[in-house]
Ligand binder design. Structure first.
Ligand code: FAD
Ligand code: SF4
Length: 478
């Protein structure tokens, strides 16, 4: 039976007034009944337009049909055939531009809440995993071990550099094929942006830890605090016996505006601010991580990173938090849900405004952010209307902290330290659409190739690379 409701079934959430001062997850997830009701809004379209909007081609109508029947584990198996991190994707994918953007239900109302259903199914599986595993008898386990020995990758070593979604996906797929995978991560914990960037209230860190643990159970080895290009190079890894290397080092180098006053005390990059709060747990009183606890904060930028920094600042006790963005709400790039949540939590959006200088006192501390008003002119190369400053419209926002969230750049370390590895025209690592670089034994993917993009695209690249590495090593050993 199809449910003709035009709107998505709402997902329970913490009250904005309460959640703005805690780091617990904002959205609380569907109950089984809510999930079934929402799944029944799916029209089971024959042409499956939603699937075409998914970068990893999750078989969306099929999994939704299983949810509608209450067969949640079967739904999970369908999703996990193509998506390596469904608990993550159900929470952070920009569904409005992907699957839900293609859902025909949009023509009459809201799309089917595909992301919420994915999250529900993946959480349901995680909650019931132990029972499901216990149901497997010893005989089946023995059979799995015997098959593992006969997998194509058995006895072959692959190195993965960077433990973000690209690296984790690549490692997971290769481990399933029997490869001996070692992941080298420069930080003290794996997860990449999932661990250091996206805050706990959007993506609980126990989910990331559980995904890493799952990979460890598949035999993947993690070596943390290992900066490849410094500790040892990609070429040295190959000399040590790794037959192929995947580079998924992301694009974590912060950008600044190069405006006067940016070196004042109280100005920082969003990456540094979020890393101190998330990875180094600066929001927990039992950790002594130094982190700014400002009263009035301006966050410059309009992407997910800016929303995360602004919402963290609020939770860290700021009384006033501004988002300063140079275009309008029509162009703002953050996920719709994050913008909605930020507004609910009282973040003040200063749209069509651009900083021109940071103002400070005689001791070198920030006291304000001087901005200019903007108007939108003709479209630029990105297709978005170019913001143009309005003469004489300068004003100062009184703040004691400025967080720059205007994008990140690629770190060139791997390109500079790997012999004859070529860059692409964006300055990232050059690859074919099969994720192989100009050196056939080196693969790359995710933000390290594309520049800052999305979790699902990084995962897609990790998957493509794993298939390419398997083919490369199989051909070598034929
Ligand atoms: P990363 O996640 O950056 O991981 C790269 C890893 O490589 C890092 O752990 C890094 O420490 C490690 N590394 C780097 N250099 C070396 C080296 N030399 N040796 C060893 N290890 C190294 N996307 C979405 O889809 N939805 C969102 O809601 C969203 N929110 C975001 C919020 C924030 C704050 C940020 C910063 C990004 C967000 N993104 C979001 C973008 C998304 O997280 C990235 O596109 C994605 O994580 C890229 O994955 P990756 O594996 O390529 O790189
Ligand atoms: Fe269901 Fe929407 Fe996909 Fe059609 S496009 S199958 S309604 S989720």
């Amino acid at each position: 039976m199809i449910n003709l409701k035009k709107e998505k079934n709402p997902m329970p959430e913490q009250d904005p007034a309460v959640r703005a001062s805690n780091f617990r997850e904002v959205a609380e997830g569907y109950t089984p009944q809510m999930a079934v009701n929402e799944a029944m809004r799916c029209l089971k379209c024959r042409t499956k337009p939603c699937t075409k909007g998914c970068p990893v081609m999750v078989r969306i109508p099929e999994f939704i049909a299983k949810v509608a029947e209450g067969e949640f584990e079967e739904a999970y198996q369908i999703i996990s055939d193509t998506s390596a991190l469904p608990r993550v994707c159900g929470r952070v994918c920009p569904q409005e531009n992907q699957c839900e953007g293609f859902c025909v239900q949009r023509l009459k109302g809201e799309p089917v809440a595909i992301g919420r259903l994915e999250r529900f199914v993946a959480d349901w599986h995680a909650e019931h995993e132990a029972e499901l595993e216990a149901a497997d008898d010893d005989e089946a386990e023995g059979a799995v071990r015997i098959i593992a020995k006969n997998l194509p990758g058995a006895g072959h070593k692959v190195a993965v550099v960077g433990a973000g979604p690209a690296g984790l996906t690549c490692a997971g797929d290769l481990a399933l094929k029997g490869y001996e995978v070692t992941v080298f991560e420069s930080l003290h914990k794996p997860g990449g942006v999932l661990a250091y960037g996206i805050p706990e209230f959007r993506l609980p860190k126990d989910i990331v830890a559980a995904e890493v643990e799952k990979l460890e159970k598949r035999g993947v080895t993690f070596v943390n605090n290992a900066i490849i290009g410094r500790a040892e190079t990609v070429d040295e890894l190959l000399e040590e016996g790794f037959e192929a290397v995947f580079v998924g080092t992301g694009a974590g180098l912060p950008s600044f505006m190069n405006i006067p006053g940016e070196n004042l005390l109280g100005v920082c990059s969003a990456n540094e601010y979020l890393t101190r709060i998330n990875l180094m747990k600066g929001y927990l009183p039992e950790y002594d991580t130094p982190v700014q606890k400002a009263k009035r904060v301006a966050v410059v930028g309009g992407g997910n990173v800016a929303m995360d920094a602004a919402r963290c600042a609020k939770r860290m006790g700021a009384e006033k938090v501004y988002i300063v963005y140079r275009r309008s709400m029509d162009e703002i790039p953050a996920r719709a849900e994050e913008i909605h949540h930020a507004i609910e939590e009282g973040i003040d959006f200063q749209l069509l405004k651009n900083p021109v200088s940071v103002v400070g006192d005689e001791n070198g501390y920030v006291t304000g952010l001087e901005c200019v008003e903007m108007e939108l002119g003709e479209p630029d190369a990105s297709g978005r209307r170019r913001p143009v400053p309005k003469d004489g419209s300068n004003f100062v926002l009184e703040v004691d902290c400025v967080i720059m969230a205007i994008g990140t750049k690629l770190n060139k370390l791997i390109l500079e330290t790997t012999e004859n590895l070529k860059a692409n025209d964006r300055g990232g690592i050059g690859t074919t659409d099969k994720a192989v670089t100009n050196r056939p034994e080196i693969f790359a993917g995710g933000d390290a190739v594309t520049g800052a993009a999305t979790v699902i695209l990084a995962m897609g690249a990790g998957k493509t690379a794993a298939a390419g590495i398997d083919e490369y090593i199989s051909n070598l050993n034929e």
